[in-house]
Each structure stands twice: as C-alpha cells, then as structure tokens.
Design a protein around this ligand. Structure first.
Ligand code: HAM
Length: 424
C-alpha cells in the first residue's frame, strides 16, 4: 500500500479515465469559446471577506464549507468555493467593465468546499463557468443557458432537465419577503433556523427536513410577486428558450445555494445521479458588482460541475472507462539497433507533424513490442525492421480490425493526416 493517500473527499483523475475527464472539460470549454467568451485565470485563494460579502453569510457555503486559514502575513485567506465572486473582483480591479459590454468570460479549474463527501460530492471539485457582465437583456440569459445546453448535446447527454425560475428585481423580492417572513413567523422553528431565515428567508425552501418542506409547500412563492418589468423579462426568456427548442421546467421553489442571485435562475438536474444530481447551475446577479465596490452592472453566468457531468456521461453509457478516448494515432515497434535509430527519427517527424505517436522503448522482441502497441490503445501500429527500411515501405496495422495496409514511409505522415481528416 502506498505510504500516502490523497486527502479525504477530493476528486482525482488519472489514466485512462483522465482522458474522458479532459474530453468532457474541453467540450464544455469549446462551447463557451464558440459563443465569444474569453479566458480568465484567477487565483485559487482570495481574501475571505470577498466570499463573505459576495456569496452571503446565510449560505452553507460561507457558514460551514469554506477552507479558511491565516497566511504568514496574518491575512484571512479562503480557497475559492465558487468562481463568480472572484471573476467580479477581477473585473472591477482591472476595469474590464469600462470596455465593450457585456464582458464575456470563461474559467475552468478546481474549487473547494468542506462538504461531507459522497458520490458526486467532493471537497475539491472542478467547474467550467461563464459570466456575461454588463447587460440585463433577456437574450443574454438565454445565451448563457444555450451554451450549457449545446455542450450537453455535444456530449450526447439526454437524461437531464433544466429547472428555471425568476427571483425578480428588488421590488418583487421585497414584496415577497414581507409575506414570506409573516408566513415563517407562524412556523415552529428552532433558534438556529430562525437566525438563518432572518438573513435570507428563501433558504427555508431548501430545507430538507420533511416537516419543514411540507409546511413550505403552502408558503408564498416569488413568481406570484414579480413586478411587470420582471414578469416581462421572464416571459422573454421563456420565449427565446422555446425558439431555441430548449425545454425547461418552471420550478418556483428552486433555491440556489448562493445569495447573490436575482432574476432568472436555473439548474440542470441529471436523472441518473442520485442525491448529487445538479450538474450545473447559475443565474443573474444584479447587486453583486456594487456590493463588491464596483459599478451597478447586472451579470449572469453558470458553473458546470465537470466531475458530475463525467459521471452523468458514464451513467448514460456515453464514455466507458475501458474505452477512454484514444490518445495515440500510431505506435512504432522497432526490431534491432538500426531500426531503433531510424524509428526515433521517424517518431520525431511524426510528432512534429502533429500525429500523436509513440514507440516501444528498449530492445524488445517482436512479441513484447506488439504487446506494448496493444496496450498503448493506438489506432495503428507498424513494425520497423531492416526490410522495411531498405524497401521504404511499412505494413500499417489497424489495431481494432487487424487489417494491414502497405504504406510508403515517405508518405506515412500525409496518409495518417488524411485518415484523421476523414474521421473528423
Ligand atoms: P453552484 O450551483 O454552487 O454554483 O455550483 C455549480 C456546480 O458545481 C453544481 O451544479 C455542481 O455540478 C458542481 N458542484 C458544486 N459543489 C460540488 C461538490 N462539492 N462536488 C462536486 N461538484 C460540485 C456556483 O458555483 C456558481 N458560481 C455558478 C454561477 C456562475 N452562477 C452565476 N455564475
């Protein structure tokens, strides 16, 4: 047994499954790039106060789940539990909002929450996120949702739904809050719950205790309190979703785990993942930028959980661990010293031409070399001996079918490139 183990509850990806992880992450990222989002690389730790102010004290994330420590300079530092607050901090700090609006940004990386680990819930996990800051138009809401929806389609996912609701503007929320607080006052709650609901009474919709969730069924819901402007914004969002053929389920009791949300909020829920079924979520945040000391611009974005999306793909039989996305086009098996010298040069040419290639190292006999070719998962293999070098031609073997084709070494690069093109 290894002397050390990874810390409890972290997700780790190593070959061959890491190839599937990479494939899922890259698919999510490409959709963001295709819609004009640009990369932001942020620190994985920030001033603790940023998350307290940005994410909100009433949330589990801030009150129970942050990895917070004092650095050597006595500053309170927190490992980022989510990406939006950091993006906003950076946008304000670097005046990105003074240029073309909306600012459209994507990010990808590790996030940290000290949750109780279980399948699909980790203490270090991965998100791909986007944020569009500086436009309050409903078409931007739909653009954000459509990026996620296209990414899921590109992966082939089918067994998921999109839950959506609107938390309205501040006027809608104030009217709703008044009635909701009155409703909650009549409930029999313990002190800790009372304190939390004082900070954000909506949290009670998210309470998993059966007696509370039953009582909350008759609580007033925000959708009934939307101002005409908020209602019309939400109508527009639904209209555009219909236009793009993105189906949705209106879930007026949905509560996101972070306090900054306003207006449109949404969650993608996968049906085959059990308790940890949220594969991504997001929404608008009208007051976040001004709360963090910037101008008063609205924004909207999402965070997609790469770990859970990979689990969802596996649950739908789309990516199996044994058939991890192949990373090699060709594997060379040299026989003898002069063939080895020749193969090292050929391998270098293949790699320089962008062909994913590898070879059997050491002085292996044919059998050992072919075993290595098999294990490598490469699509093709070629044995290179003195005969091949003097004739200038190799027998290219397609590993899956066993089919063999004679190819001139001088034409090998063009041949493999053409094959890759046809595959695309
Ligand atoms: P979130 O809903 O807290 O939103 O997280 C987004 C996604 O990250 C979740 O749907 C889930 O797939 C994944 N996730 C969260 N916690 C864990 C965990 N412990 N283990 C595995 N996966 C997890 C946000 O973080 C917002 N910043 C999203 C956003 C961006 N809203 C607006 N812009």
């Amino acid at each position: 047994m290894s002397k050390f183990q990874a810390p409890k509850g972290v997700s780790e990806y190593f070959p061959p499954r890491s190839q599937n992880f990479e494939y899922v992450r890259n698919t999510l990222i490409s959709e963001a790039q295709n819609s004009g989002y640009q990369l932001i690389e942020l620190p994985v730790f920030e001033d603790t106060e940023l998350f307290r102010r940005g994410v909100g004290e009433s949330t589990d994330v801030v009150s129970k789940e942050m990895y917070t420590f004092e650095d050597r300079g006595g500053r309170s530092i927190t490992l980022r539990p989510e990406g939006t607050a950091g993006v906003m901090r950076s946008v304000i700090e670097h005046n990105l909002d003074k240029g073309q609006l909306p600012v459209k940004i994507w990010y990808s990386g590790a996030f940290f929450r000290a949750e109780r680990p279980q399948a699909g819930r980790y203490r270090q996990f991965y998100q791909v996120g986007i944020e569009a800051i500086g436009s309050s138009q409903p078409e931007v809401d739909v653009e954000v949702i459509a990026v996620a929806s296209r990414a899921f389609k590109a992966l082939g996912l089918e067994d998921y739904r999109l839950d959506i609701t609107s938390l309205g503007d501040s006027q809608s929320r104030a009217a709703h809050r008044k009635d909701l607080v009155e409703f909650i006052a009549k409930m029999d709650l313990d002190e800790a719950t009372k304190e939390r609901t004082k900070l954000n009474p909506l949290r009670l919709f998210d309470d998993k205790r059966p007696e509370i969730s039953k009582a909350m069924q008759s609580a007033p819901i925000l959708l009934d309190y939307l101002t005409p402007e908020s209602a019309s914004h939400f109508e527009q969002v639904k209209k555009y979703l219909d236009q793009l053929d993105i189906s949705y389920n209106i879930n007026p009791r949905m509560v996101r785990g972070l306090d900054y949300y306003t207006g449109t909020t949404f969650e993608f829920v996968h049906e085959k993942l059990g308790a940890q079924s949220g594969i991504g979520g997001g929404g608008r945040y009208d007051g976040l930028m001004s709360e963090l000391g910037g101008s008063d611009l609205s924004g909207i974005g999402f965070g997609l959980g790469v770990d859970r999306i990979l689990l969802a793909c596996e649950a739908e039989g789309l990516l199996s661990q044994d058939e991890a996305v192949s990373t090699l086009d060709i594997f060379l098996v040299p026989l003898g010293t002069s063939s080895k010298d020749f193969s090292i040069a050929l391998l270098n040419d293949l790699r320089a031409a962008g062909i994913r290639s590898d070879m059997a190292y050491g002085d292996r006999a044919l059998k050992g070399g072919m075993k290595a070719a098999d294990k490598s998962g490469a699509k093709y293999s070629a044995v290179i001996g003195d005969g091949e070098i003097s004739s200038g031609a190799i027998s290219l073997k397609e590993m899956k079918s066993g089919e063999v084709k004679e190819v001139r070494i001088a034409e090998l690069i063009t041949y493999l490139k053409n094959l890759n093109e046809v595959k695309k």
